[in-house]
Design a protein around this ligand. Structure first.
Ligand code: AMP
Ligand code: ZN
Length: 111
């Protein structure tokens, strides 16, 4: 079975697309943990951040997240970026992605 985020990136599977660039797609998380919860997915498949040696892509992933935060109007108030990695990091979908959380105070514990 194909990776779920590869299916979303190739539009074979439906999702709510908030922003898109040549190498990334930004979607709404299906199970939001904050009023604004976006996922920034590279269109290319990497299982985790550990497999990705492409510095340009990793840098661009942060740029895309910042652009998405501006686009949805949360940049000034603030937001949190998370990359869960492997089991204890809480990763459940093994296609590299960044979480962008915003819309409520995120001052609590990190985990
Ligand atoms: P992680 O636990 O860091 O691997 O994050 C995976 C995230 O993907 C979770 O927050 C899920 O709610 C989200 N997710 C899983 N399936 C979908 C989907 N089809 N569309 C949007 N978000 C999804
Ligand atoms: Zn994938």
């Amino acid at each position: 079975m194909e990776c779920i985020f590869c299916s979303i990136a190739s539009k074979k599977m439906k999702s709510t697309v908030v922003h898109e660039t040549e190498r990334f797609i930004v979607i709404s998380d299906i199970s939001p943990q904050a009023p604004n919860h976006l996922l920034v997915l590279p269109k290319e498949h990497f299982e985790t951040v550990l497999e990705c040696k492409d510095r340009d892509l990793l840098g661009e992933m942060l740029e895309v997240a910042a652009a998405a935060a501006k686009k949805i109007g949360v940049a000034e108030r603030g937001f949190r970026i998370i990359i869960n990695t492997n089991d204890e990091g809480g990763q459940t979908v093994f296609h590299l992605h960044l979480h962008l959380l915003a819309g409520r105070p995120l001052h609590g514990k990190m985990g």
